[in-house]
Design a protein around this ligand. Structure first.
Ligand SMILES: [Fe+2]
Length: 164
């Protein structure tokens, strides 16, 4: 049976892979949000935060005597289903992307909530603080999306006649 230390390292690998996936997805969404300046601005901000999350989780792995692995990141592929959402004949990326981002942020929120509990249980104070910092930024992004999705949807629908 794995020790809690080994289990925490495994979850940190998962979190690192998740952040790298989010980084890629946000990069694609940024390109598709060119006509939505407020969305672009927020995506750019959260993309920078996401890169920092991956860096901090990598550093946390090093501190526990492990290191982030590209192979494990690629194998994880947590967001394949979200990435594959079809846009069909409608160019509704701004809406679909916001929905996918909202789902991604909530997986991140759940992940860091679990990691904080595990870190606290193991007495890893620094790791608990790192995960709490990251959790605050994921929660802020999720709240921004929750607040903004109705407006993104209205803006998209107003543009539908010109979108085809
Ligand atoms: Fe993140």
């Amino acid at each position: 049976m794995e020790s809690s230390h080994e289990q925490i390292i495994a979850w940190l690998h998962d979190a690192h892979a998740m952040e790298r996936n989010v980084e890629h997805v946000l990069g694609w969404h940024l390109k598709e949000a060119q006509n939505y300046p407020a969305v672009r601005e927020q995506l750019e901000k959260h993309l920078a935060e996401t890169r920092e999350h991956a860096r901090r989780i990598g550093a946390a792995l090093e501190a526990l005597g492990a290191h982030a692995s590209v192979a494990k990141d690629l194998a994880a592929g947590a967001f394949g289903a979200l990435q594959g959402m079809s846009t069909g004949i409608f160019r509704d990326e701004p809406v679909k992307n916001a929905l996918a981002e909202y789902a991604m942020e909530h997986l991140e929120i759940a992940t860091y909530s679990a990691l904080i509990a595990a870190a606290e249980g193991a007495g890893f104070v620094d790791l608990s603080h790192t995960c709490s910092d990251i959790l605050r930024e994921e929660t802020a992004m999720a709240l921004w999306l929750e607040d903004r999705i109705p407006q993104i949807t209205r803006e998209y629908l107003e543009r539908v006649p010109n979108a085809g």
